[in-house]
Design a protein around this ligand. Structure first.
Ligand SMILES: [Zn+2]
Length: 308
């Protein structure tokens, strides 16, 4: 942090150029005090916002009606979210043999997903979250999560304690991705895993939707990462057996909504960043998302890596 030049936040490279595209928020219409500038790194192919926002600015980019802070939107999305929690809990049960499974979630939100996962396994949860209202909501559910950023968090009392560190839709939001993975490494026991999901730059969807690609999600996404660069970043932090793969996700529905709003001027009452068309867009997007995932170029990617 406190970078004085536009160094790539993923690979540290300095061969970067300003992207000729004014970032816009098509979901919550948040306008940062000073407009964001986006750079493309010629070394690793990632894009990142520079100068970096302050923690205070970053927090202000998340309105209280942000979708991950609110209840699910309609039957289709709610069903998908419940299926996802179940699948993740089952996966962790297979991966880790000791009980309870000690799991640290970066960007824990209101910890609703902890409740969902608890139905399918014996977990001991911890985490960190940037938004005070979400930390309070988590406490009401009985979970104690730290307030702030993982970068600033003093993790001395948490080191070498966890079987799993999760980062779902997180890497693209943090101020210092390099420090993020170094801290995840410290949190884990040897034999523990870091895992998560984030938008993939190397997807068919980005080529189709261009600036309306949901992976941009400005101003909250402050870096956009390629699978290759992510893999290198994780390895560089000390992890081994790094796997980065296309994820099955109906991400193109959001890209299509952004396109309708940003390009075609569609306006409708929005709830948690979603228009009334969103459920239909999920259905319409499904065949496209299945196809791009089948060829390994989905809009989202999963990663997992081992602390040796
Ligand atoms: Zn780079």
């Amino acid at each position: 942090m406190n970078r004085t030049t536009a160094e790539c936040v993923i690979c540290g490279g300095s061969d970067n150029h300003l992207v000729d595209r004014q970032p816009e928020d098509y979901e919550y219409f948040i306008k940062p005090k000073s407009p964001l500038k986006v750079y493309h790194c010629r070394t690793c192919g990632c894009e990142f916002v520079y100068p970096r926002p302050s923690v205070e600015e970053l927090t202000s980019f998340y309105p209280l009606h942000y979708h991950t802070y609110n209840d699910d939107h309609g039957l289709i999305a709610a069903t998908l979210v419940a299926m996802r929690s179940k699948a993740r809990a089952r996966f962790f049960n297979q991966l880790i043999k000791t009980r309870p499974i000690h799991l640290f979630d970066v960007g824990a939100g209101d910890c609703r997903h902890f409740n969902d996962m608890s139905k399918y396994g014996d977990f001991d949860f911890a985490g960190v979250e940037i938004k005070p209202e979400m930390v309070e909501a988590a406490a009401r559910r009985g979970y104690r999560v730290e307030l702030g950023t993982i970068e600033d968090l003093d993790i001395s009392s948490y080191e070498n304690r966890f079987d799993i560190v999760t980062m779902y839709q997180l890497v693209e939001h943090v101020l210092d991705p390099q420090l993020l993975f170094r801290k995840a490494f410290s949190l884990l026991k040897p034999g523990g895993y870091v895992t998560g999901q984030l938008p993939s730059m190397d997807c068919i969807e980005r080529r189709v939707f261009g600036r309306y690609w949901a992976g941009y999600h400005y101003p909250r996404h402050i870096q956009m990462v390629s699978p290759k660069a992510l893999s290198a970043l994780i390895k560089q932090s000390g992890f081994s057996r790094v796997e980065v793969k296309s994820a099955l996700h109906l991400h193109a529905a959001q890209s299509a909504q952004n396109f309708l709003i940003g390009k075609l001027g569609y306006r409708a009452k929005m709830t948690h960043g979603k228009t009334p068309l969103y459920s239909s867009l999920l259905l319409l997007a499904a065949p496209f998302c299945l196809l791009e995932h089948a060829v390994g170029k989905g809009g989202m990617m999963n990663f997992i890596a081992l602390k040796p």
